[in-house]
Design a protein around this ligand. Structure first.
Ligand SMILES: Cc1cc2nc3c(=O)[nH]c(=O)nc-3n(C[C@H](O)[C@H](O)[C@H](O)COP(=O)(O)O)c2cc1C
Length: 159
């Protein structure tokens, strides 16, 4: 399980971004099925969403990537230089020196080329379980929606 930013909900699909140098990307290759957990503690709401994921085509990813903050773009180039995400650093200085070198090579965010290693995933849901906390009586509201033959059915669950 990993924490990811939910970037968008587009055409009823949930969009997240990962890097293809990462362990999670390798793990994702074993199945197109996945589950997302979204928790809003301030609202006491949880969503468990299951579905099939598909890769967002690289042309569309270039557009998304262009909007990334400057430092995040540099980090994607750092990964591409044989330093995969989550690999071990001898020291933090190795990271800082590598990023400094990349800053000198690419001083302007808009001129940084897309290194091709950012992957977008679009998750097409077929199951959604919603939990809404009821702090006053602890009888939390739970229901789930299941997609079968193009039709969603709703069931109420014991909290
Ligand atoms: C609040 C938060 C948001 C994160 N967002 C992302 C993200 O959008 N994409 C991503 O690849 N990693 C994100 N991470 C880091 C991942 O949880 C994970 O630690 C990292 O991607 C390494 O995963 P790996 O096991 O594939 O190497 C985020 C972490 C936190 C705490």
């Amino acid at each position: 399980m990993r924490t990811l930013v939910l970037r968008d909900i587009d055409d009823q699909r949930f969009i997240v971004f990962v890097n293809n140098t990462s362990e999670k990307w390798r793990q994702l290759q074993s199945s197109s099925r996945c589950e997302m957990l979204v928790f809003w503690p301030t609202l006491m709401q949880q969503y468990r969403i299951r579905g099939e994921w598909q890769e967002i085509p690289s042309a569309a990813m270039e557009t998304h990537w262009a909007r990334k903050p400057y430092d995040s773009k540099l980090l994607d180039h750092f990964y591409a230089e044989g330093r995969p995400q989550s690999s071990v650093l001898a020291s933090r200085a190795v990271l800082l020196e590598g990023i400094e070198r990349l800053k000198q090579r690419y001083p302007v965010a808009d001129d940084i080329p897309f290194p091709g290693n950012a992957q977008g995933l679009a998750i097409d849901a077929n199951y959604m379980e919603i939990w809404q906390g009821s702090e006053s009586d602890r009888l939390h509201h739970r229901h789930r929606y299941v997609l079968t033959a193009n039709s969603w059915s709703k069931e109420i669950l014991v909290p």
